[in-house]
Structure formats: structure tokens, C-alpha cells
Design a protein around this ligand. Structure first.
Ligand code: LMR
Length: 396
């Protein structure tokens, strides 16, 4: 009966790479999917990962199932990585982290968990948001609604408009926030704005979910948590989805985390038991290898130091490319003030290019970006930036 179904549309992000792969132009540029590239255009395996894998290979003696929640060596190392070891959410024992198949896996578990908690649950996402958020939550049975986030006139945060929309959300609804390096805009609230968001969310009885997929890509592991972790208030619930795709470059190992923060230690036990029953019904237990890599690195002081330095190098390369992109656009005479590119954070820049221009870039210049104008700055190199800006000048 398969022929009775309609063909599904290509994925708005991964489908672009599928198209890119069929393009025979030797000068093609792929700035669609959020993947870090080095100056040579390769997505490197971090040296700390390679060393950890050698260590694992020498000592691993079983491929027996891991627990539903993954290995405790991973979970116990990731919880303090997110918060800092002396954070109240850690020391109080009211938080628990589990290992998930990527950040997407964590988000899907959240979706199923919330549907189980309350079948008519509504989740509010920023407008715009990562397109797959909507796909994941709708598939999990949640109703998805949007709150305003981006101000096109300033290329910044529409803070006041966002706050007044958040005020109108009924108590009991869930609200998704991006921890840092907002995808697709690269625009984050300031620490002071996070405090106001947190007070509103908890004051109005809303349930916050934090998608913290880019921890370490804006300013640093601890620094990136300062604002968004204000959402974690004593005695209040929060769910945090993490990913090691970007900060450990473990993309294809599908390694992520889900952290439940509850009112107290007894409540987090209940939440974890429900999350485990959700997982058992989807994939039973997580793929182990990526989790073992992360825990090996986090639990080895030398590898951990090396990881932090490699993460810093990735972060700084992206910041350099932001600078180069803004300067080259200006040099090529592309109209407008491009300084906003250097204020946005993380991998993405919401370029302001419209769907027609995105099509022209693809058809006339073999440059592939996401339909909403999102550019992966982490795939720009000193070698391709000139051609990219020349092409943007052509379609502007
Ligand atoms: C992206 O937004 O490009 C990344 O998060 C990768 C993905 O799965 O879409």
C-alpha cells in the first residue's frame, strides 16, 4: 500500500545536503547543515576523541547492553558539565542526567514524556526556531505554538514583544528556549534578559525546556550557561536537552543528554522512571560508543584540558569567519550594515536573504543555504568567503 501514500518532502536542512551532493560544480559551497568545518573545509575528528578512542579500544571488553539511561560514568560527568559541580541543582540531588541518541533524541523523549504527562500539552517555540523542533514535537503529539523572537529591523532580539507574548501563555504550558547560539538566528538574550524570562516563566507556572545543543560555542562552557541556567530556580522544574554533536564534533555518534531538574530528589526519581519507560518503548537503551568517548574525556584531566582547548579553537575560528564575512560583504558592496553578523553567536547567521535569493544562490552559484536564509558560518573558510560574498552581491 506504500504507493497510496504521498511522497514526503525533502527535509528542509538535510535535504539541501542531498541536493548539494548531486551538484557537479567543483566550486560548490555547502552552508546548510550545522556542521563545523576547519580552514581546509573538513569536519575534523578532535584529537582528544582520537586519543579517547585508542584508550577505549585497548580496554573495552564487552558490547553488552547499557542501561536504559546509559552509563553512570557518562551521566555523572555530564550533569556537572552542564551546571558546574557546585550548582544548587547538582548539590541538592534534585537533577538527573541520562544519555540520549543525540540532542534530537533528547528532544523527542521530552515530547513523548510531556505527552504522557498531559496528552493535551502545548509547547511554545520561538519564531523562528530550528525547523526540526516543530517536526519532533508534533510527531510526539504535542500542539506547537510560536512566540515572537527575532526583530528583522535590528537583526536582534524582539525582547519586549517576546515578553508580552510569553505573559499571555496559559499556566501549565511548556516553553522551549535555546540555551545559547540560537538556531537559526544566532541571537541570544543577555544575562539580565534571561533573569526576566525566568521570573516570568516560573511566576506564571510555565514549564521551561532548554535546548542547550551548542554549549561552549558562544563564549565558553561555563559562560554559555550563565544566562540560560537562570531558568533553573530552586524548587522549580526544568528539562535540559544537550548535544555532543557540535562541542565534541561527535555528529554521527548520536550522543546527547537529557537532564531533568525537579522540585526535590524524590520528584526527580519519579521523573526519571517515567523518562526511562518512554525510552524503553522507543529504542531501549542508547548507542554506547559516543557516550563512552565523552565520559572518557571528561573523566581524564589531560584529555579534558585538550578538549577545552580544541573547543576554544573551533569557537574562535567561527568568530574569525563572522568578522571576515561582515568585512567581505561590505568590501563587495552588498547594501546594508553587516556588523550584526559579528554580534550573532554560534554557528549560524540569519542573513536576511529571501527565498528567491536563496534559490538564485543555489541555481546560479552552487551555493547551498537553508531556505529561511540561515547561513552556517562555521563552514565558511578564507578560501570560499570571497566567492560567497561575490555571489551574495550578485543576488542583492
Ligand atoms: C542544523 O540545524 O543544521 C543542525 O542542528 C543539524 C540538524 O540536524 O539539523
Amino acid at each position: 500500500m506504500f504507493e497510496l501514500m504521498d511522497k514526503a518532502p525533502a527535509d528542509p536542512i538535510m535535504g539541501i545536503t542531498e541536493l548539494y551532493n548531486t551538484d557537479t560544480n567543483p566550486n560548490k559551497i555547502n552552508l546548510s547543515m550545522g556542521v563545523f568545518k576547519d580552514e581546509q573545509g573538513n569536519t575534523p575528528l578532535l584529537s582528544c576523541v582520537k586519543k579517547a578512542e585508542a584508550k577505549i579500544y585497548a580496554t573495552e571488553d564487552t558490547k553488552a547492553y547499557s542501561a536504559i539511561e546509559g552509563f553512570s560514568s557518562f551521566n555523572d560527568a555530564v550533569l556537572p558539565l552542564i551546571f558546574g559541580a557546585d550548582h544548587e541543582a547538582v548539590t541538592s540531588g534534585r537533577s538527573a542526567t541520562i544519555h540520549t541518541p543525540g540532542g534530537s533524541g533528547a528532544l523527542r523523549i521530552v515530547g513523548d514524556f510531556l505527552t504522557k504527562l498531559s496528552p493535551s500539552n502545548t509547547i511554545w517555540v520561538s519564531d523562528p526556531t530550528w525547523v526540526n523542533h516543530i517536526n519532533i514535537f508534533e510527531t510526539a503529539g504535542l500542539q506547537v505554538k510560536r512566540y515572537p523572537y527575532f526583530d528583522k529591523t535590528t537583526n536582534g532580539l524582539a525582547f519586549d514583544t517576546m515578553m508580552s507574548a510569553l505573559k499571555d501563555i496559559p499556566a501549565g504550558d511548556t516553553v522551549l528556549f535555546h540555551g545559547c547560539c540560537h538556531n537559526p538566528t544566532g541571537v541570544d538574550p543577555s544575562n539580565d534578559q534571561w533573569q526576566q524570562i525566568s521570573d516570568l516563566v516560573h511566576g506564571n507556572g510555565l514549564m521551561p525546556v532548554l535546548d542547550f545543543a551548542y554549549q561552549g560555542f558562544a563564549e565558553g562552557i561555563r559562560e554559555d550557561g550563565e544566562g540560560p541556567l537562570k531558568l533553573v530556580q530552586p524548587g522549580k522544574e526544568t528539562l535540559i536537552c544537550g548535544s555532543f554533536s557540535k562541542n565534541f564534533a561527535l555528529y554521527n555518534e548520536r550522543t546527547g543528554s537529557l537532564t531533568a531538574v525537579a522540585a526535590d530528589a524524590a520528584a526527580v526519581n519519579i521523573a526519571t522512571s517515567q523518562i526511562k519507560s518512554v525510552i524503553r518503548a522507543i529504542y531501549s537503551s542508547p548507542p554506547a560508543h559516543g557516550g563512552i568517548i565523552v565520559s572518557t574525556i571528561l573523566n581524564d584531566p589531560e584529555l579534558r584540558t585538550q578538549w577545552e582547548s580544541e573547543l576554544k579553537q573551533m569557537r574562535e575560528r567561527i568568530q574569525n569567519m563572522r568578522q571576515l564575512l561582515a568585512e567581505t560583504l561590505t568590501a563587495k558592496g552588498v547594501p546594508g550594515d553587516h556588523s550584526f553578523i559579528t554580534r550573532q553567536r554560534g554557528m549560524f547567521s540569519f542573513s536576511g536573504l529571501n527565498p528567491t535569493q536563496v534559490e538564485q544562490l543555489k541555481n546560479d552559484h552552487s551555493i547551498y543555504i537553508v531556505g529561511n536564509g540561515r547561513i552556517n558560518v562555521a563552514a565558511i573558510t578564507p578560501d570560499n568567503c570571497d566567492a560567497l560574498c561575490e555571489a551574495i552581491a550578485n543576488v542583492s
